[in-house]
Design a protein around this ligand. Structure first.
Ligand SMILES: N[C@@H](CCC(=O)N[C@@H](CS)C(=O)NCC(=O)O)C(=O)O
Length: 289
């Protein structure tokens, strides 16, 4: 595959150019808002029903892991969520930034919602509302605190851990532990190579702007996919016989790698209801049987 094939839209390509190093390789910028919601009710961000809100894009695997957790843990009544439009748009008239935006009405884009909570037009606006001196990327997921009117955390790997353990007084599926102590060492080990070669790996392929870094990333990606194939041909889940966090982290990227599922993802991006339903049913049923 020629590397530029995957830079599908002008706006995504423009954004990607801001994320590549001089070598032409894609380099992720670390998330910078890293507060932690705690079950300890005396903490700054205590777990409370109705207090927090998740902003996400169905196109984004990082944000989708948070949604998967929210649903699997039974937190839908406790934590609301809002979905952005599938394609980047200009976020302000006064500069050239492209990013996630909300539709102006609930009929403008199927599968996306206006921001009823804050009335923001873009995810950028949420970051600006939450902090007057924020200077990082305007990425999803965003976990918003309605009470303090700020972003609690924008790092999916931490948001899923909070959903896993800190809301158990409220969660309908409190007993489900996707990061159980007896499997932590193996989950950590799997997460490490899956992150580098697959989750982050597909970005290193898709957003590389020189052939060298692309070729390197694509070989690492396919070697890791072969490793998954090998592991999953011998055991039900990626860390053994139990469904864990590592399966969700792997799944949200894998679903975007398969031909059939790419069609589903593109359907979701077009706002096609059938595609959204098919994605949801794969997410809830496909990994459990
Ligand atoms: N490390 C972050 C990565 C999130 C991320 O990269 N999100 C992308 C979408 S897949 C995004 O929102 N990009 C918009 C931008 O950077 O302007 C996490 O796991 O939460």
């Amino acid at each position: 595959m020629v590397l530029m094939d995957s830079l599908k839209t002008r706006s995504m390509a423009q954004a990607a150019l801001t994320w590549v190093s001089k070598t032409g390789a894609f380099v992720a910028t670390p998330s910078t808002i890293r507060n932690f919601i705690s079950k300890d009710q005396t903490s700054q961000f205590p777990a409370e029903s109705g207090r927090y809100h998740l902003y996400l894009s169905y196109a984004c695997p990082w944000a989708s892991r948070c949604l998967a957790y929210l649903k699997l843990k039974g937190l839908e009544k406790a934590i609301g969520y809002t979905v952005v439009k599938p394609i980047f748009e200009r976020t302000k008239e006064t500069d050239e930034h492209f990013g996630w935006v909300f539709p102006a009405s609930s009929t403008e884009e199927v599968g996306a919602d206006p921001d009823h909570l804050n009335g923001a037009k873009s995810v950028r606006e949420l970051y600006e509302l939450g902090s007057s001196n924020y200077s990082g990327r305007y990425s999803v997921p965003v976990l918003w605190d309605k009470k303090l009117k700020t972003i609690v955390n924008n790092e999916s790997s931490e948001i899923i851990r909070m959903f896993n353990t800190e809301f158990n007084e409220i969660a309908e599926n409190a007993d489900l532990d996707l990061y159980p102590s007896h499997l932590r060492a193996v989950i950590d080990e799997v997460n490490e190579w899956v992150f580098d070669a697959i989750n982050y790996g597909v970005y290193k392929c898709g957003f590389a702007i020189k052939q060298g870094p692309y070729d390197e990333a694509v070989v690492t990606l396919y070697d890791a996919l072969d490793k998954c194939e090998d592991i999953l041909s011998k055991q039900r889940y990626i860390c053994g016989n139990e469904f864990t966090e590592a399966d969700i982290r792997l799944f949200v990227t894998l679903i975007r790698c398969r031909k059939l599922d790419v069609d589903v993802v593109l359907g979701i991006e077009r706002g096609d209801d059938n595609a959204v339903n098919s994605w949801a049913s794969l997410l809830y049923n496909g990994i459990e049987h």
